[in-house]
Design a protein around this ligand. Structure first.
Ligand SMILES: [Zn+2]
Length: 223
């Protein structure tokens, strides 16, 4: 498999390219482009969330904890006194870092369900829902954010798959075929559950017509 540094550089590169291309094409402004590039970079390390004791895991959970605190402040600052807000945000940080992370480690298998296209789509959809419903982003931008994460995720899976081909001897390593898969064949129950979670997000998504327009706009740009 590709190592953490390779993943991070590829994802950051992909994110920068996406952000720059869309900005040049007039699809988004620089201030909209920056989070999109960051989401692609984050998506590019996200699949290794299931690898125990890796740089990726630490970075992913740190990022998620910071994001949780930011969302907490955005959503609650009007309702809560500063003291209470501090307590809640502290709780969110500790919750993600010290509770969610160990639980995740306990129950996930590396190169299992999180290295699948289903997981990529789920994470992309969740990003769009979070942007649209919680952060009040316009529909097209929420879709773009979900797609940016999806792009990073796919870059990661592709890299892992490429690295399972032994380039010197042109042999296939045993890990070939474990990185890009539609879902986890070894755990159909978990895959079905993941599919149901993805389906349950559908009512919360931004309108699909906006996604269509965005894709159309993107495709005319590339032609
Ligand atoms: Zn991986």
């Amino acid at each position: 498999m590709a190592d953490f540094r390779t993943h991070l550089s590829a994802a950051v590169g992909g994110g920068a390219l996406l952000a720059f291309a869309g900005w040049q094409g007039g699809v988004w402004t620089p201030s909209e482009a920056l989070p999109l590039g960051a989401l692609t970079a984050f998506g590019g390390i996200l699949p290794d969330i299931d690898a125990d004791h890796s740089h990726a895991v630490r970075l992913i959970f740190n990022t998620m904890a910071v994001l949780a605190v930011m969302v907490g402040v955005l959503l609650l600052h009007a309702q809560l006194e500063p003291g209470a807000l501090l307590m809640v945000c502290g709780g969110l940080y500790v919750g993600v870092r010290l509770v969610l992370s160990p639980i995740f480690k306990r129950f996930s298998v590396h190169r299992g369900i999180w290295h699948s296209l289903l997981a990529a789509v789920l994470c992309g959809l969740a990003t769009s829902v979070a942007g649209y419903q919680w952060l009040g982003q316009p529909a097209w931008l929420a879709w773009a954010q979900g797609l940016a994460l999806l792009l990073g995720y796919c870059i990661h899976l592709l890299l892992d798959e490429l690295y399972s081909v032994d380039l010197t001897g042109a042999r296939l390593k045993r890990s070939f075929g474990t990185a890009i898969k539609p879902f986890d064949y070894n755990a159909p129950g978990n895959s079905l559950f993941m599919l149901l979670v993805a389906a349950s997000l559908l009512p919360w998504l931004p309108p699909f017509t906006t996604l269509q327009e965005l894709v159309l706009q993107g495709s005319t740009f590339w032609r």
